[in-house]
Design a binder for this molecule. Structure first.
Ligand SMILES: [Zn+2]
Ligand SMILES: [Zn+2]
Length: 388
């Protein structure tokens, strides 16, 4: 295979960084050691660095030449509340915490690219290296944006990557348009009228309302979503009652929804609330819906995707870059940033032998052999995007 990778001394150095970060995992918004490490490394490369953006977020700014063109590159830094099952030397030293999603590798690849670009400066413009906290569902991207990320560090386009176990080393997946699902959680509180279990005529039974509603909610995907679109709506909890002979006063029904467009997500939110209200009303009860969008769908800009694919082609050859990978039902915090700035998120192979263990598994480890591919992607992307 090709090819155009970074010098091996940088690979050795990145491997050491990656294992150091892996051994010291920190949960979202608690990445103090990790952000210290990133900040100090950036400074040591001669890169202007800013910290405390979105609590523990760090941004590096590297300028070369005179052009006012900009590009943003993003990595995530947080670990998961998982007890690591590995026994290698760099295993987690923090009980109950683990880099089980490879964010140690993502941070390292972006740091490696920062180092290489600071040395060669073979571009004309400004690169913003964005190290975000709290990707795993607790709002790190939002926190950085709310802290003025893109006002302070404007980006014309944004790029990021996630490792993919099962995808061979040296391969990339690059998809234009929707790539990962948006998600929402919902709670529906139904209020009826409690009564003796033997005297239903004096009650408004919230259990019956919940049962009808759980069935009716399935009509949203079946009847309101275009058949060629992908959406899921699952009722995952129904809670009501404490006794055999009491019709309870209230019932609660909760669940999750996923889809690949903001329109479908919004429609599902509206229709869940409408069905809840109207079905409850039909039985003489009341229902209130709390719909909480957790992540927007991740949607790649078509031009940015073509650009990212072209960069990948140069690194590993066209035959190793898949342009039509399947949709991913999981969500990704980077979607919030792509809602603000057009860009592209890609997948990098973590290996199909060693490196194939799924993310969020206690035996997972980021594959250090992937480091030069990811770092080279970022370097080449900057050199092409901000070409002299
Ligand atoms: Zn994860
Ligand atoms: Zn992840």
């Amino acid at each position: 295979m090709k090819r155009d990778l970074l010098p091996s001394r940088l690979h050795t150095e990145m491997t050491a960084w990656r294992r150091d970060i892996h051994a010291h995992p920190e949960l979202g918004f608690e990445e103090h050691r990790t952000s210290d490490f990133v900040y100090n490394q950036l400074k040591s490369f001669g890169i202007e660095a800013h910290r405390g953006i979105g609590k523990t977020g760090v941004v590096g700014v590297l300028k070369a030449g005179t052009s006012n063109r900009t590009v943003g590159l993003r990595a995530d830094m947080d670990a998961l509340p998982i007890q690591e099952a590995n026994s290698f030397a760099w295993k987690s030293q923090n009980a109950g915490k683990m880099h089980a999603c490879g964010h140690d590798g993502h941070t390292t690849m972006l740091l490696g690219a920062a180092r290489a670009l600071a040395e060669t400066r073979n571009f004309d413009g400004t690169v913003h290296f964005i190290f975000q906290p709290a990707e795993e569902g607790i709002g790190g991207a939002r926190a950085m944006i709310d802290d003025g990320l893109f006002r302070r560090f404007p980006c014309e386009a944004l790029f990021g990557m996630h490792n993919r176990p099962g995808l061979a080393l040296g391969k990339f997946n690059v998809k234009a348009g929707p790539m990962m699902a948006g998600g929402a959680f919902f709670d529906i509180d139904i209020t009826g009228k409690g009564a003796h279990g033997a005297r239903p005529e004096t009650s408004v039974d919230p259990v019956l309302v919940a049962a009808h509603l759980a069935t009716a909610l399935q009509s949203i995907v079946a009847r309101n979503v275009r058949p060629v679109e992908t959406a899921v709506l699952s009722v995952t909890q129904i809670h009501a009652g404490d006794a055999y002979n009491v019709i309870p006063q209230t019932a609660r029904l909760s669940g999750t929804a996923r889809a690949f467009s903001n329109e479908v997500m919004d429609m599902m939110g509206r229709n869940v609330a409408r069905l809840a209200e109207s079905i409850a009303a039909g039985f003489g009860a009341k229902a209130g819906t709390d719909w909480r969008a957790t992540f927007p769908p991740l949607i790649n800009d078509a031009k940015a995707a073509d650009f990212a694919a072209m960069v990948c082609n140069e690194i590993v050859g066209e035959e190793n870059v898949r342009r039509d990978p399947p949709l991913i039902m999981a969500s990704e915090d980077f979607a919030f940033m792509l809602n603000e700035i057009p860009g592209c998120y890609i997948n990098i192979g973590n290996g199909d032998g060693e490196g194939a263990c799924e993310v969020h598994n206690p035996a997972y480890d980021f594959n250090d052999a992937a480091l030069p591919y990811g770092a080279s992607f970022f370097v080449k992307l900057v050199e092409k995007r901000l070409s002299k």
